[in-house]
Design a protein around this ligand. Sequence first.
Ligand code: NAD
Length: 498
Amino acid sequence: MRDIAHFVNGQALIGASGRYGDVFNPNTGEVQARVQLASDAEVDAAVQAAAKAQIGWAATNPQRRARVMFEFKRLIERDMNSLAEILSSEHGKVIADSKGDIQRGLEVIEFACGIPHILKGEYTEGAGPGIDVYSMRQPLGVVAGITPFNFPAMIPMWMFGVAIAVGNSFILKPSEKDPTVPVKLAELMMEAGAPEGVLNVIHGDKSAVDAILTHPLIRAVSFVGSSDIAHYVYQTGTAHGKRVQAMGGAKNHGIVLPDADLDQVVKDLSGAAFGSAGERCMALPVVVPVGKATGDELRERLVAEIETLQVGISTDTAAHYGPVVSSQHRAKIADYIQIGVDEGAELVVDGRDFQLQGFEKGFFIGPSLFDGVTKGMKTYQEEIFGPVLQMVRAESFEEALALPSEHQYGNGVAIFTRNGRAAREFAARVNVGMVGINVPIPVPVAYHTFGGWKRSAFGDTNQHGVEGVKFYTKVKTVTARWPEGDVEDSAFVIPTMK
Ligand code: NAD
């Protein structure tokens, strides 16, 4: 059995905790490796290595740091195929989707290549007599990222790409379900010229997370995962004096106005609801058609579209999506479908009995469609995170606008319409962090910033873009005076600008 070790100070660190997690191949249901779960001592070893490396790294000029990022980008592109194959074999998403996962992370690395320009400070000449004021952004020191299973390449790169480019060293605690690609990323960073200790990977579960959240040398923690754990991470990390951003779960709605191009909407919804087996925080698991006629026509077309979907192993290039990540997760999705039936929603398409011939032990589940879902239902209020699309019908624009606005999650939302004024009003008023107008998965580009509202994010700084730079740096402001002539009198009152 292959063992997946930690990666500390530029090399594999064999864990001594004696605790392991199983890493499955979701296509076959077999355990393909076991990952070491860190003890506090191993987390501390990583932090000490990171702290040592950070001093020299912060003193390295930003252009040289950017060159490491340029080289890292080249290496990722060189290894794209093999990385995507590994990612798919542990996660279950199809290869093309794994390449998208890596590519979206790489776009943040491209953003980080511009760090010398982005990090430039501010300067005021002559703020007072002989006085100039300038500010600079300095790295925090050792920072950490804790990431979910569903984007094992993109989300680590969102975090360490920016954090390292601005001069921090980084401890990555990836999901224990698909840990191999994160280690490969760290190896490639070393190959790209990052000094040993600048990027370390520690595998683990709650115990490793707690060691990170309480370690006195870690200055900031970025977390992405489910909301209850995000809230816990936010509370524990901030109670220990750390800066924390903690992104949580989601329940994104797609609002379909009567004038929308339904041919396009059906294609967009199908990809956004069922792509990656619905295991995306920006998936669209809720569709809200406005008006009975829109709802009836959409339902008919969705049923026809779902019939064309192919579920297959992650290397099947004809498959639209692959297995979910674990048998427990598949069981949880099936349970939610049953709850939906029990609470009175109409199960129009039932994917629970799907089996892939030759891969009966794989974690596959077919696409499901519900109609008649209402606000009070548990299956509407909670995140299912599977290939299940729920139709909640609305009678008016206002009713449709209220649904995502009042939902506990506020990650993403999309509106489909040909009416620019309605779209504009929707974008301005909806109580959600990321909005798509005829864009089903509105993940902002790397130089903008990613973050939801309400229970989809705790803390007030988003991922990547200038917000990411702010999260991983602190501002220092210098007021400098070069007096000329006679000695000035002592000032016993607070200095003001006259
Ligand atoms: P998860 O919350 O189970 O795990 C996330 C991380 O927390 C992992 O590294 C895991 O090891 C760690 N962890 C697990 N249990 C813990 C505990 N009790 N205490 C402390 N740490 C613990 O999430 P997941 O299943 O890996 O990922 C799916 C979830 O992530 C979904 O809810 C999805 O919506 C969310 N997600 C959100 C975003 C976003 O940006 N908002 C992006 C991707 C995924």
